[in-house]
Design a protein around this ligand. Structure first.
Ligand SMILES: C[S@@+](CC[C@H](N)C(=O)[O-])C[C@H]1O[C@@H](n2cnc3c(N)ncnc32)[C@H](O)[C@@H]1O
Length: 219
């Protein structure tokens, strides 16, 4: 099928290239080198993640922290000397994270975690929800709340669809993301709230994405 640099499809989900090519390009990001490069070349949304993390994360020294969907370990440095564990479903990402930051990374499906109950003081899940179907999000939240101690929190940071109808560029960028489960802020909050108690919410309007923060505890 010819490659075409034009909008294809109409309405809610236009694409800038043909769907088959878009899929090929998205798959390329499963390669850790391509993913690392994309985060370096277009860091704007990663900066927003970091700003929200600095504002809202509070883990006491030495506490066990779980990073769900840790990718290539980009956020490892936030946790300094803490007892950190990162999990991701992509073995190539975990191999790269381990090479870069050392042990503490494991290949694991976030919906079926291999940890004892209350193993961690808290958990974070950054930029990963829009890669998970509604059912997977429910299972991930259930699992995260099982493996963190009572009183601990799961901190979720994820892009959401812009509410401003004039923000067409941002909408287009997010709708062409390789994650296939784009949600609005209220939609994401409702879904997460089905399994956990939403304790705190925040929204940051970035240049490329609007990014939501949710702090989630046990009911
Ligand atoms: C956009 S990346 C975010 C990576 C990292 N948190 C960051 O901000 O750089 C989404 C990550 O979710 C991971 N992922 C997708 N489905 C998963 C699942 N079921 N269990 C664990 N990780 C998953 C992907 O492999 C990918 O690394």
């Amino acid at each position: 099928m010819p490659y075409s640099w034009r909008f294809v499809g109409r309405g809610r989900n236009p694409r800038i290239i043909g769907a088959d090519k878009a899929m090929d390009i998205r798959r390329a990001f499963d390669n850790p080198v391509v993913f690392a490069l994309s985060q370096r070349l277009v860091p704007f949304t990663v900066w927003v993640y970091e700003e929200l993390a600095r504002k809202h994360f509070a883990f006491s020294d030495g506490a066990g922290v779980l990073d769900i969907g840790c990718g290539i370990g980009r956020h490892r440095r936030f946790f300094g000397a803490q007892d950190y564990t990162g999990i991701d479903i992509n073995p190539a990402y975990i191999a790269r994270a381990t090479r870069a930051y050392g042990p503490g990374f494991r290949v694991m499906d976030a919906s079926r975690m291999d940890f004892a109950d209350a193993r961690f003081a808290g958990a974070v899940c950054i930029g990963t929800l829009h890669h998970l179907s509604d059912d997977l999000v429910r299972s991930m939240i259930k699992e995260a709340l099982r493996v963190i101690q009572p009183g601990g929190a799961l901190h979720v940071i994820d892009p959401v669809l812009p509410t401003d109808p004039k923000a067409r560029f941002k909408r287009l960028v997010f709708e062409n993301d390789r994650g296939r489960f784009q949600r609005t802020f209220p939609g994401m909050t409702r879904l997460v709230g089905e399994e956990g108690l939403v304790l705190k919410q925040d929204l940051h309007r970035g240049w490329l994405h609007d990014v939501a923060y949710l702090q989630v505890g046990r009911r």
